[in-house]
Ligand binder design. Structure first.
Ligand code: NAD
Length: 282
């Protein structure tokens, strides 16, 4: 372990969704700088696995089963973090994702789709419960942990909240109106909270990852023979750097936003997307 961001040493970091693909790497990245990391995840096994990996590499971490949608679960996690690690300095709101019930089958609606014989989910069939699930997980699941953990940060130095937005917050992606709308809400909330917290020393920023191959989107982007689907090809064609992101591509921006180098930066949503959001497609 060769920490380069000395100010992160001993900081207490809470990562929600820390058992997942992107956020486990974020948790490991911060732990490698000497931060004490609490991995909060609905999936206790995954949270503990990530914590153990950090401990095995010489870091300090705990895994806690937490539901970011339940205040009581968050309060109990908060108590455990406070007693085992101390007050929270940095919160990474990573839990999030899409749901098939908030997703249309096709990118565009055609008149004949309304009489189609095949099973199609058009805009008219979207299930309000699926849409609600996605809004809750991404938006409420960011707001509630922030209410519970950022209280510890008020009036202390070097504290910040990192939200996870997405490319679809800038321009909605086809097929996923609920996920796009929910991440737009996360970006908007990042700006709102940055202003609200500006007098108490808490900075609030967000990462907006482009396309990273993970369990949630693998079947949408790749075939069983490990080739790209049409959607996967479209994404690569629209990503000037010509590849998907790797979890470690988020690390530099994460460390910058959590450390002194960004001390006058608050309310920004940083695209980490290989140029996707800069490219008009022409
Ligand atoms: P992932 O599915 O690997 O990780 C999500 C984690 O959140 C899982 O471990 C899951 O158990 C946990 N979780 C789900 N519901 C929860 C709840 N109610 N309470 C607590 N934990 C819960 O996903 P990922 O791809 O690593 O995504 C991490 C974040 O990055 C998400 O917010 C996602 O929307 C966002 N994101 C991902 C991509 C991508 O390309 N993968 C792109 C942009 C943004």
């Amino acid at each position: 372990m060769h920490p380069k961001f000395k100010e992160l040493e001993g900081k207490v970091v809470v990562v929600t969704g820390g058992g997942g693909i992107l956020c486990s790497t974020m948790a490991e990245t911060l732990a490698a700088q000497g931060a004490k990391v609490a991995i909060l995840d609905l999936n206790l096994e995954k949270a503990q696995e990530v914590a153990q990996q950090i401990i095995n590499s010489g870091g300090e971490a705990i895994g806690i089963k937490t539901n970011v949608l339940e205040v009581e679960s968050l309060k109990s996690a908060h108590k455990e973090v406070n007693s085992k690690l101390g007050p929270c300095d940095i919160l990474v709101n990573g839990a999030g994702g899409n749901h098939p019930k908030g997703t249309t089958s096709k990118t565009h609606l055609f008149t004949e789709d309304l009489q189609a014989k095949e099973e199609l989910t058009t805009f008219f069939d979207l299930d309000p419960e699926g849409i609600q699930f996605v809004f809750n997980l991404n938006f409420i699941g960011t707001l509630l942990p922030t209410q519970v953990f950022s209280r510890d940060m008020v009036g202390r130095e070097g504290c910040s909240v990192i939200n996870i937005s997405s490319m679809n917050a800038f321009s909605p992606l086809t097929k996923i109106p609920a996920y796009s709308g929910a991440k737009a809400a996360v970006s908007n909330f990042t700006q709102w909270l940055a202003v609200h917290f500006s007098k108490v020393g808490i900075r609030v920023n967000a990462l907006a990852p482009g396309f990273f191959l993970t369990d949630q989107n693998r079947s949408l982007l790749t075939t069983t023979e490990n080739k790209l689907t049409d959607r996967g090809n479209t994404i690569i064609d629209h990503t000037p750097m010509g590849r998907f992101g790797e979890p470690a591509d988020l690390s530099g921006t994460l460390l910058w936003l959590c450390s002194k180098g960004s001390s006058f930066v608050t309310g920004v949503v940083v695209p980490i997307d290989g140029g996707f959001s800069a490219f008009s497609g022409v």
